[in-house]
Write a new protein. Structure first.
Length: 293
């Protein structure tokens, strides 16, 4: 149903991944439904970063149709450091469409405002996803990371087609049947920015993993914030879309096609990635995790 179209040159500042539905341009942020069907048992997840990779790809909020692009720091493409014993991202990482962590809302549980992004999600299934893939995720739980003073929820889910999906229904099942992955996940998020000179991230609720019901409440709330965004809340986020009726950013398919058509065609494989992005970094933990024992 959903497709992708690459534009620009890979490994350069102009590389983008646009989305289509039935070969017509759409926004992955606004046009892909949050839920896969009316039962709301599964959520769509846009995979920005496949497991074991470290190019920091993300939905671009500031560009029309919100393509996936690589984050840039100080004029250079951003790569997440390989913090021993990890290599790149340790799960498929992405975002839940039609959600938004409102930067004007201070969460009662975290005492921090939203980070102005769609909800982040980690997909813990066995398959390594492809960049841009849209997975149907079974929601299992959530942890509340505090990133530079902002609430940054991390939803945990598993591809509904994964062999283990039927045996996982809540966060306790993950702990019992995939021992180590929750500790490793919390450790990864705590330390991943340290090699860049930033402090370790903290967590609300003393770092406790919250269950599926809690996660679904977070998803429902941030979906409501997204609805307010699309209704006209003042923000610098681009809300161009082709399907959200009565939204301020609704455009015709022809207009959306014009945006895609204005992008440079994809060229060759692009320049090689700097080998230093694959170097290992070693971080001294101030908070122990079982994964390190």
């Amino acid at each position: 149903m959903f497709g992708t179209v690459e534009r620009g040159t890979p490994n350069t500042l102009d590389y983008r991944i646009f989305y289509t539905k039935d070969d017509k341009p759409i926004s992955p942020f606004h046009d892909i439904p949050l839920y896969t069907d009316d039962s709301k048992n599964y959520c769509n997840m846009v995979v920005e970063i496949p497991r074991w990779t470290n190019a920091k790809m993300e939905i671009c909020k500031e560009e029309p149709l919100n393509p996936i692009k690589q984050d840039v720091k100080k004029g250079k493409l951003r790569f997440v450091n390989n913090c021993f014993p990890y290599h790149g991202y340790i799960w498929n990482y992405g975002a839940l469409p039609q959600t938004w962590e409102d930067p004007n809302h201070v969460d009662e549980g975290t005492a921090a405002k939203g980070d102005n992004d769609p909800l982040d999600a980690v997909e813990i299934g066995s398959a390594v996803a492809t960049r841009g893939e849209v997975k149907q995720g079974k929601i299992l739980g959530v942890i509340a990371m505090i990133d530079e003073g902002e609430t940054d929820w991390k939803i945990v889910c598993i591809d509904r087609n994964d062999p283990m999906a039927d045996s996982l229904s809540d966060i306790g099942d993950v702990e019992a049947k995939m021992p180590g992955i929750l500790e490793a996940t919390r450790d990864w998020f705590r330390i991943y920015k340290v090699p860049t000179g930033k402090p370790m991230n903290d967590f609300a609720y003393k770092g406790e993993w919250k269950n599926r019901d809690f996660a679904n409440n977070v998803i429902s709330e941030t979906h409501g914030f997204w609805n307010a965004l699309m209704s006209g809340q003042d923000t610098d986020i681009k809300t161009m879309n082709t399907s959200v009726q009565s939204s301020k950013g609704l455009v015709s398919v022809d207009e959306a096609s014009g945006v895609l058509g204005s992008q440079p065609e994809k060229t060759c494989s692009g320049p090689p990635v700097d080998p230093s992005t694959q170097n290992q970094c070693f971080v001294s933990r101030t908070v122990p995790e079982k994964v390190c024992c």
